[in-house]
Write a protein that binds this ligand. Structure first.
Ligand SMILES: NC(=O)c1ccc[n+]([C@@H]2O[C@H](COP(=O)([O-])OP(=O)(O)OC[C@H]3O[C@@H](n4cnc5c(N)ncnc54)[C@H](O)[C@@H]3O)[C@@H](O)[C@H]2O)c1
Length: 365
């Protein structure tokens, strides 16, 4: 079912509209110069729809296409978007629109925060992951190489929320199956945090969601999106409760930064959720049955529950030291507290972290 909600995302309010076909109805006034930045995977399809419909409304539009992969999620790409904005003479009343997944949205958001010290931002997410999570909440960013040359995830960026997030689940029709599953990882996370019924919905609707059926995906976007919005509205710039949205991510970012491990963000989050569940058991926040149930849900939606390539534990532990969620007092972990909720702990002993990594197949010599 189509629907919408509005939430306070700190610097402004964000209106989220969920409706098939809404990509052709981006609400921009005719006098506002607009740059539509498009993931090349959807440039000839949904990106074109967005740009052509704006042109037809008389909006002065230019388009710019980018590649969406973690190595192109860089300051260099942000710079190229900024150059395109200057070339299109985007003034302070201008608008940047992203059409793509979380990588595109994060990069365009970053450019929107920087161009002339900030211009309006609109997201048209085209992955399930961006619809339920990345496009909402104002975190923008890019990766930076770490001193050892490996990838430091999202180490730069700004809080710069979109004024509109237009969720058109028709765009999921071309999304590869693997990417659809990735979106379910973040949706499972939202269910664990605030709504056990959402977990039941995902279990029951798995096939419809993976087939990108409109009703099921609309419902998921609305329900999971509202959970994220409710957390962001409480703490837009992560001084407190918003940190729970990082459930699984301390592990996920280490996995994503490890050369030789080829996991998509959603897959790394799925593994991270299982590792975090093991932490919850070890630290006495959850029974073993919680971990078993989560593992079964992750498996049921077709996400990885273990890493068969048995990566080296010492390297992953070392990599966690670079995660930007760390405090000076030590590593911070978001630990689930079933039936729903999570706590942030910075007093987790190393052997508990080792158990968590072992849970997903990591080997320690
Ligand atoms: N800002 C936030 O709050 C936030 C939250 C979660 C994740 N993220 C970030 O989001 C990124 C992951 O996002 P993602 O999973 O959307 O990845 P993505 O943007 O890389 O998209 C995944 C793949 O799907 C392709 N694609 C996108 N839409 C398509 C479509 N409709 N049809 C066919 N192919 C399509 C892309 O080209 C890419 O190859 C990570 O970098 C992560 O750090 C940000």
């Amino acid at each position: 079912m189509p629907g919408e909600f509005t939430f306070d995302s700190g610097r402004r309010s964000t209106r989220v509209m969920v409706r098939p076909g809404i990509r052709r109805e981006v609400p921009i006034a005719r006098d506002r110069r607009t740059l539509v930045v498009i993931d090349q995977s959807v440039a000839d399809s949904f990106g074109k729809d967005v740009a052509e419909s704006l042109l037809a409304q008389g909006v002065p539009v230019a388009t710019f296409t980018i590649e969406a992969n973690e190595s192109a999620k860089s300051l260099g790409t942000v710079g190229r978007i900024l150059d395109a904005a200057l070339a299109h003479r985007l003034d302070r009343g201008g608008v940047l629109v992203s059409v793509g997944g979380g990588i595109t949205g994060d990069l365009v958001g970053c450019a929107a925060a920087l161009h002339l010290r900030g211009v309006e931002l609109v997201h048209v997410p085209t992955t399930l992951l961006a619809m339920v999570d990345a496009a909402l909440g104002g975190k923008t960013g890019a990766n930076r190489p770490l001193p050892d040359g490996s990838l430091g995830k999202n180490l730069l960026g700004a809080f710069w929320p979109a004024s509109y997030v237009l969720v058109d689940v028709e765009t999921l029709s071309s999304l590869p199956d693997r990417e659809r599953r990735c979106g379910l990882a973040e949706a499972l996370k939202h269910g664990l945090l605030r709504d056990p019924d959402l977990l039941n919905f995902i279990r029951d609707s798995r096939d419809a969601l993976l087939a990108a059926e409109v009703d099921a995906c609309d419902t998921l976007a609305l329900r999971a999106g509202q959970i994220k919005a409710s957390v962001v509205a409480e703490d837009a710039e992560e001084h407190g409760v918003r940190a729970i949205l990082n459930l699984g991510h301390t592990f996920a970012h280490a996995i994503e930064g490890e050369p030789g491990l080829a996991y998509q963000h959603g897959e790394a989050v799925a593994l991270g959720l299982i590792a975090a569940a093991r932490l919850a058991v070890v630290l006495g926040h959850a029974p073993e049955s919680f971990l078993e149930e989560l593992r079964s849900d992750v498996h049921w939606v077709g996400l990885p529950v273990t890493m068969p390539e048995a990566p080296c534990g010492a390297a992953l532990l070392n990599r966690m030291g670079f995660d930007k969620k760390n405090t000076v007092s030590g590593l911070r972990f978001v630990v689930p507290t079933p039936p729903c909720g999570a706590v942030v702990r910075s007093d987790v002993p190393e052997d508990a972290v080792v158990s968590a990594w072992r849970e997903v197949g990591v080997v320690f010599s």
